[in-house]
Design a protein. Sequence first.
Length: 241
Amino acid sequence: MLKKIERFINLFTSLKVQKVKTVRGIPDAQFYKPYFSPWLGYGEFKPFVESAEKYTLVTADRCYVLYTFGKQALALGGEFWECGVYKGGTAILLAKVIAEYGKQSGTKLHLFDTFEGMPDVNAQKDWHKSGDFKDTSEEAVSARVGHPDLVVTHKGFIPDTFKGLENSKISFAHIDVDIYQSIIDSLNFIYPRLMSGGFIIFDDYGFPTCPGARQAVDEFFANKPEQPLAMPSGQAVVFKS
């Protein structure tokens, strides 16, 4: 059966199925599945993903993306923003990154969410419904995330909760709001304030349950120099040049 599939691919796409050899005796062999997969708990990342996993729907490979780009963004000294917090799992991870790798940077983590579920949605673009993900609260998230010296929560609707933050310099933004209008509103405010060398990570870009997310990102960056990089994890990443 595999040979038939290979012939089909070779015939119509000129691509070949790459076979990965099993190599015995290599360092950290348990993390090759079949390629090196540090999100399985390699090295310093393990306690970070373990702290987040109980309170997030974001899988370990996507958490590793946040962890890696977050560590790099600390060098810029700007703010970290997360739009769409839900129960706070990835916020726990990001606060831990700042606390352990960048406390001297002065970086603050700003968390934006209604903490009462999804706002109104566009039925033509979004599959989610108003009120989805309402099983959370600002108080519970703040208690879980901790680090009150580093973390600021902003309860309410985006973009209303951005008021008063016009002078922000943002080095890292995680946008996980699932729906078209909230992503557009987030980008309209965040992108002009994103520092050169900073990152925006879109959690929902490639998910079939969030078609409005990809539409919003693609439309916004259609006339920008940056190109969203779609990733196998379902995320997309933008690097501000």
